[in-house]
Design a protein around this ligand. Structure first.
Ligand code: GDP
Length: 444
């Protein structure tokens, strides 16, 4: 997972200051030394780190923090706000032309994920934004690019405009936009030529394409795994072409996150979307504030909720939430929730979005596969009604009986009971955090 190293280090550092009733300038300096190292190790641009540390320090030793009743928490709030600001402050939304179609030019170096991302973006536009997109195959140089886009289009059931590789890209774009106007498409996504390196021929072609198609957005697709190189690529493209947004791909990989944290600050190009995997639904809107929360271990409940809204049975979800809130959550609900959660995606990814989840031992590494779920079901089904509601009555002899009934070892029954307890603890923590947050007016 991206940012894992950075997140771990930052969280350890801020943990030390969190509960402090008094924070001295020396405390802040010490913390910021650690933060500085953590950011540099995450491959964040040197100058960006320097400015960031300076800003946080200025604010953190200022009156607003030192005089407050919870200076430790205030310092963390400053870090979170500045981290959010670094990544662009608020979400930068995709343009909508008032004279449709909205034209988007997709640019980037070969291998960055441009063609895949073009497909993913059309899927997101249709699914989340209810738009009608047209894909345009204008990368006539990379031999497989046209075929690749056509295959993506077929998979997604989204039309692809192509004239083969013998017509100039500019002509392809022109005709595609005409067609889009006639047939009332909302968005035209042009997959332009990529190259291995930035060269004059590429830039000239892209400039011509820009002139002819008059795009509302020029999205640069960059590979987050390339760290500072991604930032340099963005800078060159921006200087020569003018880029309106960056899409960072491969953020699911083992990247340190430097590109995500530097691009906006260095080039002023906002990050609009992030690629979180190879699958066609793994492109997400980029929210600086949510990303900052994730990095600081405060979770990303909003994204989790959005995911849930798209997949989960709303009525059941409401019932479950009520039960969590009132602590009347039983093993039957646990089963029900397992079924719902499985629809959402990999569990470890979901857990990483929960606030403080990484601090609960065992939860971070919890992986559930189909077989294990069957075992869990068998164990729960071997419990009596009363045991499901009040698991605390399950003593040694009851455990033995449940183990026998489900055909699973007693240790497994123990493990499940322990996990259930941990889960309840977490709900409790979340509920009390929410209440506190509401009272104070911010989210801690
Ligand atoms: P292009 O040359 O820029 O058009 O690159 P492609 O679209 O062909 O993508 C190159 C490779 O990157 C393909 O194997 C994609 O599946 C992969 N890829 C693209 N986006 C992501 C992403 O967000 N996560 C991961 N893990 N792989 C990605």
């Amino acid at each position: 997972m991206v940012f894992e190293g950075l997140a771990d280090r930052l969280q350890q550092t801020i943990q030390r200051i969190r509960g402090k009733g008094k924070v001295t300038e020396e405390d802040v300096n010490e913390m910021m030394r650690e933060v500085r190292l953590a950011l540099l190790e995450a491959d964040v641009n040197f100058k960006v780190v320097k400015d960031f540390v300076k800003r946080v320090k200025e604010r953190a030793v200022g009156q607003e923090v030192m005089k407050s009743l919870t200076p430790g928490q205030q310092v963390i709030k400053v870090v979170q706000e500045e981290l959010t600001e670094l990544m662009g402050g608020t979400q930068s939304k995709i343009a909508v032309s008032n004279r449709p179609p909205t034209v988007i030019m997709m640019v980037g170096l070969q291998g960055a994920g441009k063609t895949t991302t073009t497909g993913k973006l059309s899927n997101l536009l249709r699914k989340k934004y209810n738009r009608k997109p047209l894909l345009v195959a204008a990368d006539i140089y990379r031999p497989a690019a046209i075929k690749q886009l056509e295959t993506l289009g077929k998979q997604l059931n989204i039309p692809v405009f192509s004239l083969g590789d013998q017509v100039s890209p500019v002509e392809i774009a022109k005709q595609a936009i005409e067609k889009a106007k006639e047939e009332h498409y909302d968005y035209v996504l042009i997959d332009t030529a990529g190259r291995l390196h930035i060269d004059e021929a590429l830039m000239n072609e892209l400039k011509e394409m820009k002139e002819i198609s008059n795009p509302d957005e020029i999205f640069l697709v960059v590979d987050a795994m390339t760290g500072q190189d991604a930032v340099n690529v963005a800078q060159s493209f921006n200087e020569q072409l003018g880029v309106t947004g960056a899409i960072l791909t491969k953020l699911d990989g083992d990247t340190r996150g430097g590109a995500a944290l530097s691009i906006k600050a260095v080039t002023n190009i906002p990050i609009k979307f992030v690629g979180m995997g190879e699958k066609l639904d793994q492109l997400e809107d980029f929210h600086p504030e949510r990303m900052a929360s994730r990095i600081l271990g405060m979770g990303d409940v909003l994204t989790l909720i959005e995911k849930a809204q798209a997949t989960v049975d709303q009525e059941k979800a409401k019932e479950l939430e009520e039960k969590m809130r009132t602590m009347t959550f039983t093993f039957d609900d646990f089963l029900e929730q397992l079924a719902q959660v499985r629809k959402l995606g990999p569990l470890d990814e979901l857990i990483s979005m929960l606030p403080g989840a990484n601090k609960i031992k065992g939860l971070k590494d919890l992986k559930i596969d189909e077989k294990q779920i069957k075992h869990v079901e068998a164990i729960i089904q071997s419990m009596t009604k009363e045991e499901k509601i009040h698991p605390e009555i399950i003593n040694a002899s009851r455990k033995k009986r449940i183990a026998k009934g489900s055909g699973r070892p007693v240790q497994e029954v123990n493990r499940l009971l322990k996990q259930f307890e941990d889960m309840k603890k977490m709900f409790k923590q979340m509920t009390s955090m929410n209440m506190k947050g509401k009272k104070k007016g911010f989210k801690f």
